[in-house]
Design a protein around this ligand. Structure first.
Ligand SMILES: NC(=O)c1ccc[n+]([C@@H]2O[C@H](COP(=O)([O-])OP(=O)(O)OC[C@H]3O[C@@H](n4cnc5c(N)ncnc54)[C@H](OP(=O)(O)O)[C@@H]3O)[C@@H](O)[C@H]2O)c1
Length: 287
């Protein structure tokens, strides 16, 4: 259940360990976006709706300066969100916000995504997080994809110089507010073609107290969006119990199979380093 206080989701401060987890986000690199973001720079949250107003305060807790991109940056609700976010937060037009940040979160719904994502100015070199799912209800009420590829790939096509990362697309906003409400890890699949961008986002996810999962290249956004449609099934069915994603770690497959059953993936020697929130690898289970 979503809890709102003064119009916002209730924010529960996470333990210091979560913050410490995010701080190393980011090593040294000649890459400018990573360098700035690695210094806990500015993040633009485009859209001040349900997930935007959850992610913004969580970024601020990690030390980022948040600038909201809104159609109405001077509205009372935007001002209240800025005040609630703290840490030097501000609000501006969507374009101005995107241009002033190195990390941009597109927190708008799919129906307006094309217009928004094509009108933010150059996003070259910026990490752009896509949280959307390009879907609508079909005749039977269940969601169906409305694109041949995925929202994230289209956003990448529209902004070829951006480093698009798919993340935060499956879990609900109340979990972003406070992942501890689920009393267990919340898995956040992350797909991206740019290794550094994926690592930056993975550390942010871990810093927020969730469990990043390397979901492969950006084209795997299709699978993430399929997962998001799956997530919606019990909600659309109006069932009492819905689900939040929780992938349990398994050390079985590495033990059971050798290398010869499949071709190596193209980035096998360049896999993103993912924060491990659940301790060291365990020995092989009894085989
Ligand atoms: N809510 C969740 O729990 C959740 C979970 C996972 C993924 N997502 C994804 O997150 C995205 C946002 O979802 P949401 O629930 O936050 O939606 P929302 O509450 O409807 O907020 C979307 C925001 O987009 C902006 N917007 C609306 N119409 C616009 C337009 N015509 N042009 C430009 N901007 C416009 C508005 O911000 P301003 O008024 O400030 O302009 C609005 O508050 C969606 O793609 C959704 O699939 C949501």
């Amino acid at each position: 259940m979503r809890t709102k206080v003064f119009g916002f989701h209730r924010i529960v401060l996470l333990p210091l360990v979560a913050l410490l987890c995010a701080l190393p986000a980011l090593g040294s690199s000649s890459d400018s976006s990573q360098r700035t973001v690695g210094k806990l720079g500015k993040v633009a949250i485009i859209g001040t709706g349900d997930l935007g107003d959850s992610l913004g305060p969580r970024f601020a807790q990690l030390g980022y300066q948040v600038i909201y991109g809104s159609r109405n940056p001077a509205s009372d609700s935007a001002k209240a969100l800025v005040a609630h976010t703290g840490n030097g937060a501000s609000a501006a037009s969507q374009r101005e916000a995107a241009q002033s940040a190195d990390l941009v979160v597109l927190a708008v719904g799919w129906p307006v995504m094309r217009t928004v994502a094509q009108n933010l100015g150059s996003l070259d070199g910026k990490i752009v997080i896509d949280i959307s799912t390009a879907a609508e209800q079909g005749e039977d009420g269940y969601f169906t994809s409305v694109v041949e590829t995925s929202a994230a790939e289209l956003i990448q096509d529209w902004n070829p110089g951006a480093k698009v990362v798919k993340a935060f697309a499956v879990q609900a906003s109340y979990v972003v507010d406070d992942p501890t409400v689920m009393e267990g890890p919340i898995s956040v699949p992350i797909a991206a073609d740019d290794r550094n961008a994926k690592e930056v986002v993975a550390r942010i996810v871990a810093g927020m107290g969730m469990d990043p999962f390397d979901a492969g290249p950006l084209r795997y956004s299709r699978e993430i969006e399929a997962f998001a449609r799956l997530y919606m099934v019990p909600i659309l069915q109006r069932r009492q119990a819905a689900w939040e994603p929780y992938f349990r770690r398994s050390y079985f497959w590495e033990c059971a199979w050798g290398d010869d059953w499949s071709d190596p993936v193209a980035d096998a020697k360049n896999l993103a380093t993912m924060p491990n929130n659940q301790g060291p690898a365990k020995p092989c289970p009894g085989l």
